[in-house]
Design a protein around this ligand. Structure first.
Ligand code: TRP
Length: 330
């Protein structure tokens, strides 16, 4: 069975984009592949989080992934920092990764622009740590979005370099997992393209949003001045509202609004109220499960312990073999 690895950065709550994007695919993958899903908490240290926040964010992301259907019986779910073998492999890989190639990474250049006062060596070597995550598992497939493609290419380069240097074919060269067009695009609420935290909190619906918070976000979604003539094309903002509705509303309801848009009788206020009600019903059971899991410390600890144990077993084997290949044989 092919091995898949993916890391999840613990940076707060999951939003609808994460839910209908990566998460939906993880849930499908765990049926058919040997999946390793981990919380990338080592990676977070580049931003110097305070210890209590770091710990809480790890628990939040785990609760939200588990509540959404990631299954610890099917996939190996673990916390990166509890598998110290990854740090050892990261060090070895840093010896064959060049400063020049790291400096040319677009994510690095972007971070330097955003935070010129915190250009630490960990930030520079972020791709090496990611390579270690992947090849420690000898993974062949990695589900990556556009923003991570370059990092995956570097992983391949580094793995290939290791193999050449030590005249071995020890590490497979991991490929991007192809979603075959399964990726649903979730629009943001302000007509700004994809839902993403970087467009601002107000245009992003989190799985945990409820009550007035949810209401305010949906009711203030951007619209336009309304259809000016029958069957006129929709603006991006209105397309977005319909796309969101398609995620959570019944087909008859959607058709009703399609019809009233077509004959110009639509009232966006009513459409948003409907979207709010349907979104709320959709999120309600997920929210409940998140709360349940998050407050069940014993269950979370058990999931982490089981996943970490499984992850470490294979990690220890890889490290032992890598040490032998490198020449640490005493
Ligand atoms: N860099 C990834 C992100 O920002 C997270 C990540 C860390 C990852 N290690 C990984 C993803 C290994 C896939 C495989 O989303």
């Amino acid at each position: 069975m092919e091995t898949i690895v993916s890391g999840m950065r613990p940076t707060g709550h999951l939003h609808l984009g994460n839910y209908f994007g990566a998460l939906t695919n993880f849930i499908k993958m765990q049926q058919n592949y040997d999946c390793y899903f981990f919380v990338a908490d080592y990676h977070m240290l580049t931003t110097h989080p305070n210890p209590a926040d770091l710990q809480d964010n790890v628990r939040i992301i785990l609760s939200e992934y588990l509540a959404s259907g990631l299954d610890p019986e099917k996939a190996t779910i673990y916390v990166q920092s509890m598998v110290p073998e990854v740090a050892e492999l990261y060090m070895y890989l840093n010896m064959i990764t060049y400063v020049g190639e790291l400096e040319r990474t677009s994510a690095f250049k972007e971070k330097v622009r955003q935070n010129p006062n915190n250009v630490n060596a960990g930030l520079l070597t972020y791709p090496t740590l990611m390579a270690a995550d992947i090849i420690l598992r000898k993974a062949t497939k990695v589900p990556v979005g556009k923003d991570q493609q370059q990092h995956l290419e570097m992983t391949r380069d580094i793995a290939e370099r290791f193999n050449k240097l030590y005249k071995t074919d020890y590490f497979p060269l991991p490929q991007a997992f192809n979603f075959d067009g399964d990726l649903v695009k979730i629009p943001s609420l302000d007509g700004n393209g994809k839902m993403s935290k970087s467009y601002g909190e107000k245009a992003t619906v989190y799985l945990t949003d409820e009550g007035n918070v949810l209401k305010k976000k949906i009711m203030s979604a951007k619209t336009d001045e309304g259809p000016q003539s029958p069957n006129s094309p929709k603006s991006v903002e209105i397309e977005n509202l319909f796309s969101l509705m398609k995620l959570v509303s019944k087909p008859e309801i959607i058709q009703q609004f399609e019809d009233s848009y077509a004959d110009c009788s639509i009232r966006y206020g009513d459409m948003k109220k409907q979207l709010l009600a349907d979104m709320d019903s959709f999120l309600q059971p997920i929210r409940e499960r998140i709360k349940e899991i998050y407050s069940d410390e014993a269950y979370l600890n058990k999931v982490i312990a089981i996943g970490t144990e499984k992850a470490r077993q294979s990690a220890k084997k890889t490290i032992k073999e890598v040490r032998e290949i490198i020449g640490f044989r005493v």
